[in-house]
Design a protein around this ligand. Structure first.
Ligand code: PGA
Length: 252
């Protein structure tokens, strides 16, 4: 299985026309068939962006665990399936911090997606205060998140294709890597630990990817690591030429 590179556009761009243009430019430039590419646009652009994509898969930035019903303001897994979404990002640090998402809520989202045939990209990772206290504490923090977020998961409805874990050192995302760069060796150590934990607790072998201001300059140093199965890319995925270079860097 090749690597997976996912664009997380967050609340960008500001119009659906710009989103479709961006998607088309990226779609046109993707030549590599071995690796997988997905784009997570803002929710209102899922349909038009999805229609512009053929080789690239569609991802959503969030989901609600309920089906159809009295859930004002939410978007259910049911609707995402109708928009032909393949992947759903769950538990991104921005949602945990800005919207107050708890591990219990994240767990419900993970289970709902997996049971209904949507692949999950589960984000876990430590804040700066934990990182400052060393990798032993980082691992403890992440194993606690994994235990809560994946509770109840079963290999009967979870495969290597359907679960991706995104290691997100929170202190290195959204451009912070320029002032606090992560080291590929440290990322590999944490990712190897995530692999051990998911195997031990749940007998699963998900793909494990890296999130932390991946850009055209640092992409190869992370993506050439065997342990790192891909990347979730924010800011750099809004620049088609740069994003295509990151995709290129994933080639072995
Ligand atoms: P970044 O964002 O690449 O801009 O750091 C990644 C993310 O938060 O998904």
């Amino acid at each position: 299985m090749g690597k997976i590179i996912i664009a997380n556009w967050k609340t960008n761009p500001d119009t659906p026309e710009k989103a479709v243009k961006l998607a088309r430019e990226i779609e046109k430039g993707v030549r590599d068939k071995k690796n997988e590419v997905a784009i997570a646009p803002p929710m209102p652009y899922l349909l038009p962006v999805g229609q512009a994509l053929k080789k690239i898969k569609l991802a959503a930035q969030d989901v609600f665990w309920g089906d159809l019903g009295a859930y004002t303001g939410e978007i259910s897994w049911h609707q995402l399936k109708h928009c032909e979404v393949s992947y759903v990002i769950v538990g991104h640090s921005e949602r945990r911090r800005l919207v107050g998402e708890t591990d219990e809520m994240i767990n419900k989202k993970v289970l709902a997606c997996l049971k209904h045939g949507l692949s999950v990209i589960l984000c876990v990772g430590e804040p700066k205060q934990i990182r400052h206290r060393g990798l032993v504490l980082v691992k403890k923090f992440i194993s606690n998140q994994l235990e809560k977020d994946l509770r109840g998961i079963k290999s009967s409805f979870t495969s290597r294709e359907s679960l991706v874990i995104a290691y997100e050192p929170i202190w290195a995302i959204s451009g912070s890597a320029a002032s606090h760069p992560d080291k590929p060796n440290d990322a590999v150590e944490v990712i190897s630990y995530i692999r051990t934990i998911t195997r031990k607790l749940y007998r699963l072998s998900p793909r494990i990817i890296y999130v932390g201001s991946v850009n055209q300059k640092n992409a190869r140093s992370f993506l050439s690591q065997k342990e790192i199965n891909g990347a979730l890319v924010g800011g750099a995925s809004l620049k088609p030429r740069e994003f295509l270079k990151i995709i290129e860097a994933a080639k072995q």
